[in-house]
Design a protein around this ligand. Structure first.
Ligand code: APR
Ligand code: ZN
Length: 239
């Protein structure tokens, strides 16, 4: 089974990766729903919704500043680098739910950030937005226009950036292989991307040490950490 899949993958023209928090776990960034997951310690409804932000912008900002510090101190791992390496030989697009920018720091160019970026900061009122890596002295930070700034991330209850989402669907519908790495596939609409790919006859490969709700839809499930499995998978594709 693996041989025939390996051949299909090797012949693939276009490979789309759908990635989640698990691919950054080996960079020291906690996932959301695992044993040590963030949502085990914090209530997402208190910290990752637009209402929570307007109710208590200081608390939400404290949490995001903590995460920004962690993320900016983290480095891409072998899983991120393997995908960047593959993109030198194949048409590779990354549709990531991650907001940590590690794919880009590993050298990947074609990255769609479905849930935004914790490094990009935008104004809640005017059209200011910029990548800001320094920490803010005063929380919540203020824009020059006087209004408060926010991380340019997608909170629960908010829609994904429309242009990013429609591009993501176009890529999912036009790939030969989709590799889904490090995501529990429980959050929509990102978890519909494998269905778009499958409808288009793509080979679906899951890289996750645990089963997910969509494991039965996969052509191959690699029960391994992505920093181990992805370099191996990429070496097969490149042989
Ligand atoms: N390698 C690969 N997968 C891993 C690893 C690893 N080293 N460690 C954990 N995983 C897997 C877990 O088994 C789990 O299936 O990564 C997945 C992480 O799932 P979640 O914590 O739910 O993260 P994710 O799927 O990215 O969450 C989606 O939910 O909270 C929101 O906006 C947030 O983008 C996030 C979205
Ligand atoms: Zn402003």
């Amino acid at each position: 089974m693996f041989d025939s899949l390996a051949r299909q993958i090797k012949d693939a023209q276009k490979i789309v990766f759908v990635t989640g928090a698990g691919i950054s776990q080996e960079s020291g960034i906690p996932t959301f729903r695992g044993k040590e997951g963030l949502w085990r310690k914090y209530d997402p409804m208190q910290l990752a919704t637009i209402d929570a932000f307007y109710e208590n912008p200081g608390l939400v900002w404290e949490w995001y500043e903590e995460r920004r510090k962690n993320i900016l101190a983290a480095n891409p791992n072998r899983g991120h680098f393997a995908i960047a390496e593959l993109a030198k030989h194949k048409d590779v697009i990354i549709l990531t739910q991650n907001i940590d920018g590690l794919h880009q720091r590993a050298g990947s160019k074609k990255v769609l950030e479905l849930h935004g970026s914790i490094i990009r900061i935008k104004c809640t009122s005017c059209d200011f937005n910029d990548n800001i890596t320094k920490s803010f002295e005063e929380l919540p930070p203020k824009c020059k226009c006087g209004k408060i700034l926010r991380p340019d991330v997608v909170w629960f209850g908010e829609g994904l950036p429309q242009d990013v989402w429609s591009d993501a669907i176009t890529h999912a519908q036009s790939c030969d292989v989709m590799i889904i790495a490090g995501t529990s596939l429980v959050v929509s609409p990102a978890n519909t991307l494998p269905l778009y790919a499958k409808q288009n006859g793509a080979v679906l490969i899951e890289v996750n040490p645990e089963k997910t709700v969509m494991s039965s839809d996969m052509d191959l499930s690699v029960r391994e950490k992505s920093a181990i499995a992805l370099p191996e998978l990429v070496s097969i594709i490149q042989k």
